[in-house]
Design a binder for this molecule. Structure first.
Ligand code: M6R
Length: 366
């Protein structure tokens, strides 16, 4: 049932190229220059007239929501707010009928997300779900929605659900951007062609397995770990840290790289591993100077860079290369090495990777 892999998590990490292709199936018609999504098409006036989109979710799905904020604001120019479902539901939020609420949930059973949806509906908002489990409570409660089609995710640590949620959000953002006239047909088409290449680029990233295992062996006993990223890769830093803490029990924090100077830099010394996402285009020079700041305080740097990078290679202790893609799609690639790193560290520490202590796959009580 684990398909020859030691754990479901590793199997699910490796399933990502196929899972993303399954998310595209019937939707991404790159050669025709079309994104077809019945649930968006059927509600297109609502989407195009939305004054605001509020994304509600928990955990990893909330991180996908943050990537969604960057995607939707960049391409469709609709203001987006991303809320923890648990905070949203209890703070008397301002919701109107011109708002679209997007609820993201792998299981479709998360209690807080379900309650947030009910509240939004009661206040007249149109609620759109992005779920993986077909027929789940959230899928049934929402007004409309799009499934991720990632297939069953058994490991408690979410992996393929995250990348397929981002895939759905990319499709929605690009589609709305094009229809709103924010994205010209030629730019739109270029993005579609690039999206089509993502599964094979994920396959390429999965091949760097052994290098990541070596890095894991060096840092497996670290008591703490920092993850930094900017822009589209800031949520990836948060997700990398969550993945490490939940399965390896190492304390980890994710930060927007520039926030380092506002506190976390005090933690850096020779025993602190810092994982930095430093891909080309994504505020690259700024990230390079953040890396220099860490290095001058003797922090150990593990950098995720674009293939062919030379600058970061000079400064970092380790580099993990990913293929080049559009900046907006980099989270789909940069996430993969962080999943693998957490996985190998957890295995080396003897942790129960698929069922970490104190955690459940779906959190059906608040
Ligand atoms: O099923 P959901 O996507 O609603 O679950 C939300 C979180 O409970 C979930 O993402 C959790 O944070 C994962 N264990 C993270 O790997």
């Amino acid at each position: 049932e684990k398909g020859g892999y030691d754990h479901f998590m590793l199997k699910e990490i490796h399933e990502q190229p196929n899972a993303i292709s399954d998310t595209y199936r019937g939707r991404l018609l790159a050669d025709k220059g079309i994104i077809k999504m019945g649930s968006v098409d059927n509600n297109i006036t609502k989407f195009l007239n939305a004054k605001r989109i509020i994304i509600v979710a928990c955990g990893t799905s909330w991180h996908a929501g943050l990537v969604g904020e960057y995607l939707i604001e960049e391409f469709a120019r609709i203001p987006v707010e991303v809320e923890y479902a648990s905070e949203f539901r209890y703070r008397n939020p301002i919701i109107s009928k011109d708002d679209i609420v997007i609820a993201i949930s792998q299981s479709g059973e998360t209690a807080d997300t379900l309650a947030a949806i009910k509240l939004a509906k009661a206040n007249g908002a149109f609620v759109f779900g992005i779920c993986n489990v077909v027929g789940s409570s959230i899928a049934r409660e929402t007004n409309s929605g799009a499934y991720t089609h990632a297939g069953p995710e058994i490991g408690v640590a979410s992996t393929k659900a995250f990348t397929t949620q981002i895939t759905v959000l990319s499709l929605i953002a690009l589609k709305l951007g094009n229809l709103k006239g924010e994205l010209s047909n030629s730019k739109f088409n270029n993005y579609l062609q690039e999206l089509k290449l993502i599964p094979s680029k994920v396959t390429e990233v999965l091949k760097i397995n052994t290098e990541i295992e070596k890095i894991a062996a060096i840092y497996k006993d670290a008591p703490n770990c920092l993850y930094l990223g900017r822009g589209f890769n800031f949520p990836v830093a948060l997700e990398g840290a969550l993945k490490l803490k939940e399965i390896s029990y190492i304390h980890a924090e994710g930060y927007p790289a520039a926030e380092m100077k506002h506190g976390p830099i005090a933690l850096i010394d020779a025993s602190m591993p810092v994982i930095v996402i430093a891909t080309k285009k994504g505020h690259y020079e700024k990230v390079v100077s953040n890396i220099q700041e860490i290095k001058s305080r003797k922090g150990k740097i593990i950098a995720i860079v674009t293939k062919g990078d030379t600058v970061v290679k000079e400064i970092a202790d380790h580099v993990i290369e990913i293929p080049e893609t559009e900046e907006a799609f980099t989270p789909l690639l940069t996430t993969i090495p962080l999943q693998l790193l957490s996985y190998y560290i957890a295995v080396m520490r003897g942790c129960n990777v698929d069922q970490p202590r104190n955690l459940a796959k779906s959190v059906t009580v608040e």
